[in-house]
Design a protein around this ligand. Structure first.
Ligand SMILES: C[S@@+](CC[C@H](N)C(=O)[O-])C[C@H]1O[C@@H](n2cnc3c(N)ncnc32)[C@H](O)[C@@H]1O
Length: 495
């Protein structure tokens, strides 16, 4: 039956413009994913004579259908499903699907009842109705950002969590709130909540009110939502409301939809997955056993950016907003260099005005506010190219000429010392550290994002300042300053 629904989904998708799909966050689940999600449900804790199921943002009901079949096979006799869907045009398809499901249950002498609510799940806030609580929810909520100032969704969930990061967070939080104690929630969403700065309140709400039992990741960014061209990294996760504390979290992974039936499953200590060393509660995902070892090694690093007095910021020059300041002419009096991504190399920053792409920043009125002091920094790229095959690429910036200030684009992060300057050895040490494969792998466990965010770097564990200086003193032993392992770094630190 799920393949019939798939057919309906595809037909329906063709009738909707990309714009409408975006507004509704309407990307339908493929049947193997729906089956995988429902297979995560533990039927043994359910009452076989009455299961109350919630599906919000139901679409064609594929998740309700696959969940109902899963439960039917497990001997559940009676399901009472409530489905929320805002899109009026989809409702007739949804009713048709659910009628068919009801008939299949009836043939088996089992009961499937349903109630479709063609309304807005977030503004309706059904969780506030204390009389109706659900045992189970399997959801693929819509996702889109909304305006904190103008959207009807702004501040609709502030009683649950702080912030307005994305509509999917509102859906998941309301769903969790609408569950009975020990109720199960299986969801597929973007990966962004695991580490995103704006999801801090949402993460806290989830972790305070539920047990995170499992996270499934897709290693390939493509092919999860096959009928759309979205390149969104998605995760499937399972929560148990007010579940009993567990010391372990299961991480399941596959490459894409084709090997979803044979996922790689590993169980890790909870404190490796959830970083409780600061109040960000970042959820980290080791994709392999090696990643797990990296996280364990990282846990043993003694310090953090904050503790060692470092800062990391994004370069202040936004090129499209400062066009009048930018020039490819380079005179020493009226301009200063603008450091861009092509100037950053592992061995240092090269800006000499000879590269065709080199840009200078005109010292026009108010230039000061766009520039930074011309002192030593470690520059960390925010975006790396595919052939670099790394997320973290750092280079030491040594002050050019006798300038007061220089420009750094917002495509780069720059690292320095708060209230002082980096010494040569310290800058070299930081550069070795960030160019090591160890830090690169560690960063990938923290962030699924291809963009390197200053906020993610700030929460990484690092050696102490003394150790970083030690590393810098040995910079000649890191010949390429590249691809060095934690073993080599440790060797020097333990000298
Ligand atoms: C990502 S799709 C998933 C559909 C379906 N659950 C599936 O897995 O194929 C999200 C669905 O939520 C619906 N939706 C969007 N905003 C909604 C809202 N505020 N309340 C209820 N449904 C909403 C969309 O129309 C869309 O059908």
């Amino acid at each position: 039956m799920t393949s019939e629904i798939r057919h309906k989904q595809k037909e329906y998708s063709q009738t909707k413009s990309d714009e409408d799909k975006k507004i509704l966050g309407q990307y339908f689940t493929d049947s193997p994913i729906a089956q995988f999600m429902s297979s995560l449900i533990d039927d043994e804790v359910l009452n076989p004579d009455k299961v109350k199921l919630l599906d919000c943002g139901a679409g064609h009901g594929i998740l309700t259908v696959s969940t109902a079949f899963h439960l039917l096979n497990k001997g559940i006799n009676n399901i009472d499903a409530t489905l929320y869907e805002i899109d009026e045009q989809i409702i007739s398809n949804l009713s048709e699907v659910l009628e068919e499901l009801k008939a299949i249950f009836a043939k088996e002498k089992k009961i499937f009842n349903y109630n479709i609510i063609n309304d807005d799940f977030v503004t309706l806030r059904p969780d506030l109705n204390t009389e109706t609580k659900y045992d189970l929810a399997v959801i693929n909520p819509p996702y889109f950002k909304y305006s904190v100032k103008e959207s009807i969704y702004a501040k609709k969930t502030t009683d649950l969590f702080k912030g307005d990061p994305n509509i999917y967070a509102s859906f998941v939080a309301i769903t969790l709130s609408a569950l009975e104690a020990n109720g199960q929630l299986v969801a597929i969403t973007p990966r962004s909540f695991l580490n995103g700065l704006y999801f801090k309140g949402f993460r806290k709400y989830l972790l305070d009110n539920a047990l995170l039992e499992l996270i499934h990741i897709f290693k390939s960014r493509k092919e999860v939502f096959t009928d759309s061209d979205i390149l969104q990294e998605n995760v499937i996760f399972k929560l148990i409301k007010n579940g009993q504390e567990l010391d372990e979290i299961t991480i399941s992974s596959c490459n894409n939809i084709t090997d979803l039936n044979t996922p790689n499953i590993r169980v890790y200590p909870k404190d490796i997955i959830i970083d409780t060393s600061n109040n960000e509660s970042i959820i980290r995902i080791p994709e392999t056993e090696k990643d797990f070892q990296i996280l364990q090694q990282a846990e043993r690093l003694p310090s953090t950016f904050e503790e060692e007095g470092y800062f990391i910021s994004t370069g202040p020059v936004v090129e499209h907003r400062t066009k009048e300041y930018l020039t490819s002419k380079h005179s020493q009096e009226k301009q200063v260099p603008l450091i861009k991504a092509h100037n950053v190399f592992i061995n240092g920053i090269i800006w000499n005005g000879n590269n065709k792409k080199d840009i200078s920043f005109n010292l026009l009125e108010n230039f000061e506010k766009h520039l930074v002091p011309n002192i030593r920094y470690v520059i960390l790229k925010r975006f790396t190219s595919k052939d670099e095959n790394r997320r973290l690429v750092a280079g030491v910036y040594i002050p050019i000429r006798n300038l007061k200030q220089i420009g750094i684009t917002n495509k780069l992060n720059y690292i320095g010392r708060k209230n002082s300057t980096l010494s040569e050895e310290e800058a070299n040490g930081l550069s070795i550290l960030f160019n090591s494969t160890f830090m690169d792998d560690y960063y990938r466990c923290i962030s699924g994002n291809t963009q390197v965010n200053a906020t993610d770097i700030r929460i990484m564990k690092i050696p102490t300042r003394e150790q970083i200086i030690q590393l810098g003193k040995h910079s000649s032993s890191f010949k390429t300053l590249e691809y060095d392992t934690i073993e080599k770094i440790n060797e020097i630190l333990n000298d």
